[in-house]
Unconditional design. Structure first.
Length: 561
């Protein structure tokens, strides 16, 4: 049987695991976890972590836990828990029986805190949050010990017990670890490990009014679950000494190894949950699953596939240093995937009517069109053809330059799958806008080739006017106009929202086979891009399509102009 080392891309985390297994550490076991806080929807950065943690567990025949670090009831909701599970499953991963919550361990965590007090390693502090920050010091100045730092063990145990029983108001007291106020690492300067919160928890109700801080709950939850490799993003590197200190000061089941990797930063995107929530609350997007959002649910609604996201995460790899990944690489991944799987279809987004004057009135032909040019097993479909058609408005130019190979007065083009046609006349309305083209077809060119061997340089798509189905199409583009909106100095990231990130077209015409497009089904609209039927609003006979991605990366060209 092949080994993970031989079949998977190498990275520094795999090297660590390989060395641990070679040394017999953890009995050779590999147990990872994905530990989201249920206070928002998962985004593409979380997808990288999901693929890494679950992928490592699969490759090393281990297991990966899904654990909700639900220690802040003020920000957590059941809806977030459900969406997180849906996203992980959609990406193709399964935690089996290993779904856990930090709230499962509240009693154990409380007892661990009591044990720290008994060992003289924790104390109840009455300083306000502002005073704690002031006493903490700076990166260049040491901190100052709290006046409550030397309370007796008995007094601390009594106060902590009364905190639990609800005697004190929010913010009046906290439990702090007693470490080192002179430490060069601010996280080690007597960090808060418990605070008072009289808030209803989505799982435990009103049983608790004190809640552990993330740094305290996280390492102990890892230990309780027998995690071997606690893989997290780089911002937790400075927290690692606290992670180790807590586990070293207590008698715990095991001491997992924390390993940090670079988080995913994507161009033209913000990844902060706070910023994403702001976009939702301020109405800049239509919700967490708006297809412009970098959330997994947003990508799913836009038509991204789990395979494309997993391929993207594999391409960017796992690094130790933060970097900015070009979103074009993500778009390439979805193009590559959909090019292989998406059936083709004809759609006209901005219709211009064409009347073929020499085509018999009332006659209808059907042409065989392959559902996929490279996959004959997907079969063919019938595309109706009649005297009146719709073509794309951009495929006609009244005064066309030499290198414009589409339709113009006197020019001949090929209609995809059908005939050669020549434009004879452009009909205009009172404002001088072209509203209809009068054309002639060559009946000898059925199927798109001429018996006399003449060639045409242009091939355009079309739909039969009498058979086409009206559709709404939403053209989604990048949400921001600058590469790194969160880093722009002296500016609010929302100042860089792209005003053209969504264009809604309501008069589109699509071939009749798309009338029954299943919600979530993806297609390549020939010459236009990849689109999917919106899984929330598309209905049989009234399709709504979201543009997933264009056929090629045109953004760089737009930016250069």
């Amino acid at each position: 049987m092949s080994t993970p080392e031989a079949t998977q891309p190498s990275n520094f985390i795999r090297h660590i695991i390989d060395e641990d297994r070679l040394a017999g550490k953890n009995g050779g076991r590999v147990v990872t976890r994905f530990p989201p806080e249920p206070n928002g929807f998962l985004h593409i950065g979380h997808a990288k972590s999901i693929c890494l943690n679950f992928g490592l567990a699969l490759d090393y025949q281990g297991r990966c836990h899904l654990r909700f670090d639900d220690t802040n009831p003020c920000k957590e909701e059941v809806a977030y828990v459900e969406s997180i599970q849906e996203d992980v499953r959609w990406l193709g991963f399964d935690w089996g029986i290993h779904r856990y919550y930090a709230s499962d361990y509240f009693e154990q965590l409380y007892n661990f805190a009591v044990e720290l007090i008994r060992r003289g390693k924790a104390y109840v502090c009455d300083l306000t949050p502002e005073e704690i920050r002031a006493y903490r010091g700076t990166l260049t100045e040491p901190g100052k010990g709290s006046p409550f730092r030397n309370r007796s063990m008995d007094e601390n145990l009594d106060l902590f017990s009364r905190m639990r029983s609800g005697e004190f108001p929010d913010g009046s007291r906290v439990l702090r670890a007693k470490i080192d106020m002179d430490s060069g690492n601010l996280n080690m300067r007597d960090p808060v490990i418990y605070r008072i919160l009289h808030a209803t928890h989505h799982r435990t109700g009103d049983v608790w009014c004190i809640y552990p801080m993330y740094d305290f709950a996280h390492c102990l939850s890892d230990s309780i679950e027998g995690i071997t490799h606690s893989i997290c993003t780089l911002e937790f590197e400075d927290h690692r000494p606290l992670y180790d200190w807590i586990l070293d000061e207590l008698e715990v089941p095991c001491h997992p190894q924390q390993i940090e990797f670079a988080r995913l930063n994507l161009t033209y995107t913000v990844m902060s949950k706070r910023k994403l929530l702001e976009l939702v609350r301020d109405g800049h997007v239509a919700g967490w699953n708006d297809p412009r959002m970098p959330t997994i649910s947003g990508f799913r609604r836009r038509g991204y596939t789990p395979e494309s996201i997993r391929a993207f995460c594999e391409r960017i790899g796992v690094a130790k240093r933060d970097s900015l990944v070009d979103v074009a690489l993500l778009e390439f991944s979805i193009r590559e995937d959909l090019n292989e799987r998406a059936p083709r279809a004809l759609a006209v987004l901005q219709p211009l009517k064409v009347v073929i004057e020499n085509y018999p009135e009332g006659q209808v032909e059907e042409f065989d069109a392959p559902n996929h040019p490279g996959r004959p097993e997907l079969g063919n479909r019938k595309v109706p053809f009649s005297r009146e058609l719709y073509i794309e408005r951009d495929d006609f130019m009244e005064e066309a330059p030499k290198k414009f190979f589409r339709l113009a007065p006197g020019r001949e083009v090929r209609l995809r799958f059908a005939y050669f046609i020549t434009c004879r006349e452009a009909i205009k309305d009172a404002n001088g806008e072209v509203v209809e083209l009068r054309c002639a077809y060559d009946p000898e060119t059925r199927g798109g080739s001429a018996p006399d061997g003449r060639k045409v340089k242009g091939t355009i798509h079309w739909v039969s006017a009498s058979h086409a189905v009206k559709a709404e199409v939403r053209l989604y583009d990048r949400l921001f106009t600058v590469e790194n909106p969160a880093s722009e100095k002296d500016a609010n990231f929302k100042d860089f929202i792209n005003p053209e990130s969504l264009t809604v077209l309501t008069a589109c015409q699509v071939e009749p086979s798309l009338a029954q497009a299943a919600p979530g089904a993806s297609y390549q609209f020939e010459r236009l891009g990849y689109f999917c039927a919106d899984h929330e609003e598309s209905r049989p006979g009234r399709p709504v399509f979201n543009r997933t991605v264009t056929l090629r990366d045109t953004w760089a060209k737009v930016q250069e102009k």
